[in-house]
Design a protein around this ligand. Structure first.
Ligand SMILES: NC(=O)c1ccc[n+]([C@@H]2O[C@H](COP(=O)([O-])OP(=O)(O)OC[C@H]3O[C@@H](n4cnc5c(N)ncnc54)[C@H](OP(=O)(O)O)[C@@H]3O)[C@@H](O)[C@H]2O)c1
Length: 136
């Protein structure tokens, strides 16, 4: 059994990763800020053959991320993979990515690499508990 924690798993790439792993029967700790969308994905994971632990958390709040990881480890006794997916992007051609859109990126999400490193550091205790581990 693999235990995988995914941030930002209620939509887009995070949801797609969760659904793919669910088909392999993975145990998935999933987080996002909006509970309703997270619960919908949790039900879809169950239907696909996986097991999920939905947890409402904001990746910029280190206490919430710590609680997310702790809950996963206490539920399954291990954490094998941490996928730091949640983020904020501005997509489009160069003329579509305007300064206004860049300025609208929430300050707390800049730089995104800081958030990803923080989530990785928080997950590291669970990940290195004598097992092979992966962070993405
Ligand atoms: N799509 C692309 O072409 C592309 C290209 C390069 C990189 N990326 C990166 O890939 C990641 C996913 O992109 P996407 O297009 O799949 O995004 P998306 O469809 O907008 O989904 C974002 C997911 O992250 C959650 N989320 C956003 N902010 C969060 C926060 N502060 N705390 C916890 N959860 C949060 C959202 O749920 P809530 O809003 O409910 O929290 C949602 O589940 C992002 O980091 C993005 O920058 C995407």
């Amino acid at each position: 059994m693999r235990v995988v924690a995914i941030t930002g798993a209620s939509a887009g790439i995070g949801r797609a990763i969760a659904m793919r792993l669910a088909r392999d029967g993975a145990s998935l700790a999933i987080c996002a800020r909006r509970a309703d969308r997270l619960d919908t994905v949790a039900k879809e994971i169950t239907q696909a053959g996986g097991t999920s632990l939905p947890f409402v958390a904001d990746v910029v709040q280190d206490g919430e991320m710590r609680a997310f990881v702790d809950r996963a480890v206490s539920r399954w006794g291990q954490l094998d993979v941490m996928i730091c997916n949640a983020g904020y992007g501005v997509y489009g051609t160069i003329d579509q990515v305007t300064p206004e859109k860049m300025k609208a990126i929430p300050k707390a999400m800049k730089p995104q690499s800081t958030i990803e490193l923080m989530c990785t550091a928080i997950a590291s205790d669970g990940l290195v508990a004598g097992r092979k581990a992966c962070m993405a």
